[in-house]
Design a protein around this ligand. Structure first.
Ligand code: FES
Ligand code: FES
Length: 224
């Protein structure tokens, strides 16, 4: 397995709180269903992940999910992740086909953030969350950020700030940033940086993504 790179800012002065990356590095990837802890200043509410009923599978089982406000059912093996269930199985398994391929599978091991979704009010890596665990919880993907055809303020600011390039990491940045702003409209730069700490952009737009978050925060505050 590839050696994990050192966490950005690890040598800088101690930052308060606990980021998604801190969490992953602490617990490792031994357990599936890694749910990110509430981020300081962007604290997500809700209970911890439900443990799937014992004795399910290994054959496919019907999983009922609520995605972006829509109830859908998909038949998958209990070992299938939420990311794969939505990207690869939902269209085939649903009576009312939904195409949700916005969340990306890049590392598939809980380190890049391309698959970030909001599940039960918490930011999670959907590549390390089982679909079956997400039952009974509201799931929001990048497709759910727009409202009636109008892009979320953060999406608009990403465009304005030129914060997106390859398209693989952008959905994760958008979901993590939007989750932070929805929870804490007064999010500081440090809060926003921490919210994006679990997302990686390899081509250098990380600073522009942060700038877009800050501009969206100001815009959203002005609306309230
Ligand atoms: S694909 Fe899930 S964290 Fe990278
Ligand atoms: S925009 Fe995707 S890696 Fe930078």
């Amino acid at each position: 397995m590839k050696k994990r790179t050192k966490r950005r800012g690890a040598s800088s002065p101690q930052r308060p709180g606990f980021s998604r990356r801190d969490f992953i590095q602490t617990v490792g990837l031994a357990g599936v269903g890694a749910t990110m802890p509430a981020l300081e200043g962007c604290a997500a509410s809700g209970s911890g992940p439900d443990i799937p009923a014992e004795g399910v599978g290994p054959s496919p089982v019907e999983v009922a999910l609520t995605v972006n406000g829509q109830d859908v059912k998909v038949k998958v093996e209990p070992r299938v992740t939420l990311l794969d269930a939505l990207r690869d199985h939902l269209k085939l398994g649903s009576a009312d086909p939904v195409d949700l391929t916005g969340s990306k599978r890049v590392c598939d091991r809980g380190s890049c953030g391309a698959c970030t979704m909001i599940v039960g009010g918490k930011i999670v890596y959907s590549c390390t969350t089982l679909a079956i665990e997400a039952q009974g919880k509201e799931i929001k993907t990048v497709e759910g950020l727009q409202q009636n055809g109008t892009l979320h303020p953060l999406q608009q600011e990403f465009v304005a700030c030129d914060g997106l390039m390859c398209g693989f990491c952008t959905p994760g940045f958008l979901v993590a940033g939007a989750a932070c702003l929805e929870k804490n409209p007064n999010a500081s730069r440090d809060d926003l940086r921490k919210a994006l700490d679990g997302n990686i952009c390899r081509c250098g737009t990380q600073t522009r993504a942060l700038e877009a978050c800050e501009k969206a925060a100001r815009r959203m505050k002005g609306r309230r």
